[in-house]
Design a protein around this ligand. Structure first.
Ligand code: FAD
Length: 417
């Protein structure tokens, strides 16, 4: 951490999205009145990505509503917002970074908030028109234009983005096939048992869900026409959306001396191994200390809430505070009539406890490891969020029978801790 550095007079933030804009906002709110530059590769000012796979693709939300701040906010806050500009390298010894046109920009403090980039598939046909990934507003516009053709949609990958896109496309009345190599949707994050509940929801809404299946080629004469699978099926497609995960946008930092390990490695103060350089959001890999004293795990979370909180935390530390980042992680996903909220972080668990009827769309599933609550997935019960945060954040041994007991208010249970 760099708490002993002199107060900064110029701060640069690379990545003008959720983490970058949140950090800029937090710096000004903390009273920082020096030079503040926010640099982003996209042409749009910072916007929210979650609506892209939900209301924007559904066509129910006006695109203008996704922007994080009014257009004049950046000027009012004296933030030098430079859009459509990409950084190409970092000269840490010279406390400067390079833009792709070779312009060199010095900094006293630097926040890396370059987020993540969709992975794609190394198979024939991925470059055909009609084949998409979804990360940006530009991607969402292109997909929406193709969905308007009303042809069959194939979603490759049933992670969160793939599952949300499949849901939105079905709600639009389109024929949707999802091809996923794992045994259940979102199995990596939620586990197969819980993923299977989502599989049921998708099937009940008419999604043709092909699990344990891969895609080997995408074919078409001038435009996508079909997808070929590992088992030899040929599925007609007017649009293909590939949702096979993301990787951190840290390529521009190679060779800079910055510690990288599938993301920019930071400590609990969001500080990298280089003096004055911090990272936050999807790009950062940081030590998560589960409540209850278990060993820290290095994690890189690709969630909205993390991007905001970690950026705010980094901002304070860039100004000389020493505040450890110790959140109870949180994300949500919306699929059909399910609003599912996940609190905590569990890479492994030895017991799942069910409360209510999550499979019928109202309840919760608790992930316990050696009796300690590590995470919970709440389905359509947003009012429980505060209590669940408290329960997971306490990291104590919890009686499964109490968690499962619907007659016991979770808020009451949380108060007892
Ligand atoms: C479609 C979609 C739906 C989502 N839905 C949810 C949800 O329901 N719930 C949830 O919790 N999370 C959701 N997320 C995840 C959430 O949006 C991300 O965690 C969040 O956007 C991360 O913010 P970030 O600022 O760290 O990175 P990003 O949003 O990835 O922004 C990074 C920015 O840096 C720019 N950049 C990259 N490299 C450079 C460079 N070299 N020079 C300059 N600029 C650069 C990029 O162009 C980008 O604008 C969703 C994401 C997507 C794509």
């Amino acid at each position: 951490m760099s708490a002993s550095l002199p107060a900064p007079r110029s701060i640069a933030i690379v990545g003008a999205s959720l983490a970058g804009a949140s950090a800029a906002d937090a710096l000004r709110r903390q009273g920082y009145d020096g030079e503040l530059t926010l640099i982003g590769a996209e042409r749009e000012p910072p916007y929210e990505r979650p609506p892209l796979s939900k209301s924007v693709l559904a066509g129910t939300e006006d695109e203008d509503r996704v922007f994080l701040r009014p257009a004049d906010w950046y000027e009012e806050q004296q933030i030098n917002l430079r859009l459509g500009v990409r950084t190409a390298g970092l000269d840490a010894a010279g406390q400067a970074f390079l833009l792709d046109d070779n312009e060199r920009l010095p900094y006293d403090r630097l926040l890396i908030a370059t987020g993540s980039i969709p992975r794609t598939l190394d198979i024939p046909g991925v470059g055909l028109p009609g084949v998409h990934t979804l990360r940006t507003l530009a991607d969402a516009r292109a997909i929406s234009a193709d969905l308007a053709k009303d042809g069959p949609v194939i979603v490759v990958g049933a992670g969160f983005i793939g599952a949300e896109v499949a849901s939105v496309c079905r709600v639009r009345g389109l024929a949707v096939t999802v091809v996923e190599p794992l045994a259940a949707p979102m199995a990596r994050a939620l586990g197969e048992e819980v993923g299977a509940l989502f599989a049921d929801v998708h099937r009940a809404h008419g999604v043709d869900l092909r699990l344990g299946e891969g895609v080997t080629a995408i074919r078409g004469a001038g435009r996508v026409e079909e997808v070929v699978t590992l088992s030899g099926a040929r599925i007609p497609a007017a649009v293909v959306i590939i949702g096979v995960g993301v990787r951190p946008a840290d390529g521009w930092l190679a060779g800079s001396g910055l510690a990288l390990a599938d993301g920019v490695v930071v400590d609990e103060y969001c500080a990298t191994n280089l003096s004055g350089v911090y990272a936050a959001g999807d790009v950062a890999r940081w030590p998560y200390h589960p409540a209850g004293g278990a060993d820290a795990t290095m994690v890189r979370l690709e969630h909205y809430d993390n991007a905001i909180r970690q950026a705010e935390n980094a901002a304070r530390n860039m100004l000389g505070e020493a505040v450890a980042y110790a959140p109870v992680p949180y994300f949500w996903t919306e699929q059909f009539d399910w609003m599912a909220q996940y609190i905590g972080y569990a890479e492994r668990w030895d017991k799942l406890v069910y409360r209510g009827e999550p499979a019928s769309g109202a309840g919760a599933i608790f992930y316990l490891d050696a009796g300690r609550l590590r995470a919970v997935l709440s389905v359509n019960r947003p009012r429980d969020l505060g209590a669940l945060r408290k329960l997971v954040g306490a990291g104590v041994q919890l009686d499964s029978a109490l968690l499962a007991d619907e007659s016991l208010d979770l808020r009451e249970l949380a108060k007892r801790l």
